[in-house]
Design a protein around this ligand. Structure first.
Ligand SMILES: [Zn+2]
Length: 238
């Protein structure tokens, strides 16, 4: 991704950050009245995003897909895969892995939240930080599971449609459902005065269309190759 640089490597996967992400995090960290808890939440958010993407990446690797890198940018993380498998089983497994990591992290931190109730006032921050960690991860899982293709939930919707349809038809339907969801998000954002939601909705609308164009191009190429015959089965299939 243009304007990004590598900061680490986990399990042989380069972790990169985009300049805009650095600006956003620095901006949030340097807010004059940012307390310890706010900074801790910011750090937890970054760690949770990386682990979410690692979930996708490691499951993809199990299916023999090369993971190019993971990039953090203002709207979250992106795991770039060398190929996109046109298989509902593989797609569903890779898509669900990210939100599952978040739910696992939330469950793992839940006992600390409970323990926080029994700590004295001086150690109350432990419970508060754990609660924030649980909240961050539940929200991250929830947002990503929205059926707003190309979110993880949207990919699950496509995988579901692809069980009985061509990959292209399944993508068309998933994008349609995704755009309805994006519209709902945008309207909700306007009603609530949350300006980030229409931005995210626009992003989902645009990237969904972009991926549909790619699937269309691959389907057209496959048709040409088959000289009008049935498109060949994709190489990766669960
Ligand atoms: Zn994800």
């Amino acid at each position: 991704m243009f304007g990004s640089f590598q900061i680490a490597s986990i399990a042989g996967i380069p972790i990169r950050v985009h300049v805009l992400f650095v600006v956003l995090v620095a901006g949030l960290a340097l807010v004059p009245d940012a307390g310890f808890l706010q900074l801790a939440i910011l750090a937890m958010l970054v760690v949770s995003v990386v682990l979410h993407e690692l979930g996708h990446a490691l499951v993809a690797r199990r299916f023999g897909i090369r993971v190019v890198d993971i990039t953090l940018w203002p709207l979250g993380g992106l795991a770039r895969l060398s190929s996109i498998p046109e298989s509902s089983g593989v797609e569903a497994a890779i898509a669900i892995a990210g939100p599952l990591v978040n739910l696992f992290l939330a469950l793992a931190a839940a006992p600390v939240v409970v323990a926080g109730f029994f700590l004295g006032a001086r150690e109350a921050w432990v419970g508060e930080a754990a609660f924030a960690f649980v909240a961050v991860n539940v929200l991250m899982a929830g947002f990503n599971l929205l059926p707003a293709f190309p979110t993880d939930g949207g990919r699950l919707v496509r995988a579901w449609f692809a069980r009985s349809r061509s990959w292209l038809d399944a993508t068309v339907l998933a994008v349609r459902v995704g755009r309805a969801m994006a519209l709902l998000l945008a309207v909700t954002g306007v009603v609530w005065g949350q300006w980030m939601l229409p931005v995210v909705a626009l992003w989902l609308w645009w990237t969904g269309g972009l991926e549909l164009t790619q699937v269309r191009a691959r389907a057209a190429a496959a048709r040409l190759e088959g000289l009008g015959a049935r498109a060949p089965d994709p190489a990766v299939r669960a």
